[in-house]
Write a protein that binds this ligand. Sequence first.
Ligand code: ZN
Length: 308
Amino acid sequence: MAKIPTKWLISANKSFDTVRAFNELKTLDWNQGMYKLEEGDIVYIYLGKPIQKIRLKCKVVKANMATSDIDDRKYITGITDEELEEEFVESYGNSMRLTVLSEFVESDLFGAKALAEHGVRGQIRTPRKITEEVLDYIEQIDAEENTLKKFSKNRVIINELARVNTETILEDEKIDSEEVVGKEREILTKARVNQSRFRQKLLERYDGCAICGMNMSDLLVASHIKPWAESSAKEKTSVENGLLLCPNHDKLFDKGYIAFENDGSVLISSLISKENYDLLGIDEDMKIELTEANVPYIEYHRKNKHIW
Ligand SMILES: [Zn+2]
């Protein structure tokens, strides 16, 4: 069986225009130092200030090269022409050849803060192997980003779909397309299975929308209380982090127009004028049933998402 490639997180040199270089050349040679990267490994490249995000995903196509023959000097920034002349591409030392697979531009989910929350410790400097916990997050966001990009012709609708049904709808289409292979298919399938289990568990718990009772299962949304993207792997699939909602109430809840007290009483944003209450199917006396284990999530949503 083929070896599963190791995933690495590395940071880019500030005085090198990494994004432009990869966009134009596609393949670059990179100082590998003493790190044991191997052909086939995956490298996520983190850009420091002011971007502070994982921006690129690359594949190691060759490792442990003594010299480099790709001239990328023109992407070095903040250097005089004379100094540039003296820079030798061969001077890298032990090098690896990286080919860019994708660029992440869609979301902030690869930002420094989100990464720290999902287990990336300390400053990202030298190459490091990505731990299981971090990898789970990175691969989910990776899959989501690629899917969004692929369907980006109609970005507004796509974002909406991705949000409403997290990844299910899009992943279905993607998994069925032939270009998805191997590990990626496995990850997408896992995400789809997780999401459909999550929905199944909510359908078993509720008879209809947790707020109004609307019970057309085809239209009911398995809504994450603490948003999917902000949740840990465990929270993403926990039934306690879910509410079954009709599209209308899901939207209001997801956008933070409504939230709930720990006892289930509704909070309605002051941005909704009273004449819209009936039209939106809300009133100040509404109350939903919550389990004890729902409460931390409800609290998170109220504190972080509710528009007061
Ligand atoms: Zn409803």
